[in-house]
Design a binder for this molecule. Structure first.
Ligand code: HAM
Length: 401
């Protein structure tokens, strides 16, 4: 038997119902904030992710599904959605039109990680990207939108915030951090590598020894320039004034290189070790970095599998009709009646003629509200016998009705 690949899973009923329930309701919410649907290819040039997510990140360094296609192109299954949306924004010259463009997307992402609870190699994200708005109120606005989505699904979470600085304050901080790291002995192999490639990543290290060693290392949020400080204050003040609780986490650096200024994560104690439900932030330099005109941007992505782990939706109520025939001549007329009723209701058809008892059983299994039967007599009299499977009442109706 051929099985799905490790870390990849099928989405089948009943979980598929929760998946579409999540997508439909999230779309309703983001549309109210002015976001429009966008879809980009799953396969992109590898260089797109190297340049955006960053060579120093684990995602690009260790986790890419990268291969050479039949035309000799170096391509990659997207590990995340932002890079593709930015590529498409620049390719379609939206950076030259000005104004604000807001997009949402959802679909599969691929990371060759070690699978565990809440961590897959193919997983799904629902994400948004907003281009053209530098005002930090947009950061606050999309955090509120994300909160609204998670609240809709009654998910428990903590919102964690940090500011990752900008090209004005980051270089000096980086030097200071490297100096401090040079005075620490015993950092793990990964942190030594991070020191060379992207030193702030050391704060993301899961190694307890490193975390202790880094306790007194300088933190970004104490070394922000005035502009970063002001913007971060605005985000915090706006959230506080609306009663949104948050925690400043000076170790929150995110796993992707493109961020500047506000970064945030929603984490949940109801998940296991993989506790991030959603994450995002501002990335004001990425459009320019991918050859577009300087355009401020901010976005987030939700891990759909992680949310679905926490969503409970009620059992489906009985719905629609099941149509069955008692003799083979009645099967074709069933289609005629079914297509009429299907204009307003869900209709399933039993293709084999069988006993009333067998049809009632089949309609129960199909979770139909009504079992509708046509037999020899009904055909002659041009009527259908209908039983309501909730009230248990039955009656005849005229086919023409
Ligand atoms: P990210 O934090 O890498 O951000 O991923 C967002 C969410 O995807 C995570 O919080 C988590 O819920 C889920 N996720 C990540 N990896 C896995 C996995 N292996 N298995 C299951 N779920 C996973 C981004 O991807 C950015 N593009 C978000 C963003 C959009 N920033 C700005 N705009």
């Amino acid at each position: 038997m051929i099985k799905a690949l490790k870390g990849m899973k099928d989405i089948l009923p009943p979980n598929s119902k929760e998946y579409s329930y999540f997508i439909e309701n999230s779309i309703n919410i983001v549309k109210k904030y002015g976001f429009s649907f966008s879809q980009t290819p799953i396969l992109e040039e590898t260089s797109l992710f190297k340049r955006s997510v960053g060579e120093s990140s684990d995602i690009v360094g260790k986790e890419m599904y990268q291969f050479i296609d039949k035309g000799g192109n170096d391509v990659c299954l997207r590990p995340e959605g932002t890079a593709g949306v930015v590529r498409s924004f620049v390719e379609h010259k939206l950076d030259r039109k000005g104004g604000v463009n807001r997009f949402f997307y959802y679909g599969p992402m691929f990371r060759y990680e070690r699978p565990q609870k809440g961590r897959f190699r193919q997983f799904h994200q629902f994400g948004v990207e907003s281009f053209g708005e530098s005002n930090p109120l947009e950061d606050a606005n999309i955090i509120l939108m994300l909160k609204e989505i998670l609240d809709f699904f009654k998910i428990n979470y903590t919102l964690e915030l940090n500011s990752l600085g900008c090209p004005d304050c980051m270089p000096a901080f980086r030097e200071k951090l490297i100096k401090s790291l040079n005075n620490i002995d015993g950092l793990c192999h990964d942190c030594l590598r991070r020191k060379e490639t992207n030193p702030i990543r050391v704060f993301d290290c899961k190694n307890k020894n490193c975390q202790t060693l880094l306790k007194d290392a300088p933190r970004l949020n104490q070394h922000l320039c005035q502009s970063c400080k002001n913007d971060f204050d605005t985000v915090q003040k706006t959230l506080s004034s609306l009663g949104v609780k948050y925690k400043i986490d000076p170790n929150l650096v995110r796993g992707l290189d493109y961020y500047s200024k506000t970064a945030f994560e929603f984490v949940s104690g109801d998940l296991g070790a993989q506790n991030a439900v959603a994450g995002g932030g501002r990335y004001d330099k990425l459009v320019e970095f991918l050859d577009g005109r300087p355009t401020p941007a901010v976005g987030f992505a939700i891990g759909i599998e992680r949310v679905l782990d926490m969503i409970k939706i009620e059992e489906d109520e009985r719905e629609g009709y099941y149509f069955g025939a008692l003799n083979s001549e009645a099967i074709t007329p069933l289609f005629k009646v079914a297509s009429k009723i299907r204009k307003t209701s869900k209709v399933l058809i039993g293709y084999e003629s069988k006993s009333l008892k067998a049809h009632l059983k089949a309609s129960d299994k199909a979770n139909a509200r009504y079992c509708a039967i046509i037999g020899e007599d009904e055909l002659k009299e041009n009527r259908v016998w209908i039983k309501d499977l909730i009230t248990k009442e039955d009656h005849y109706i005229d086919i023409e009705q």
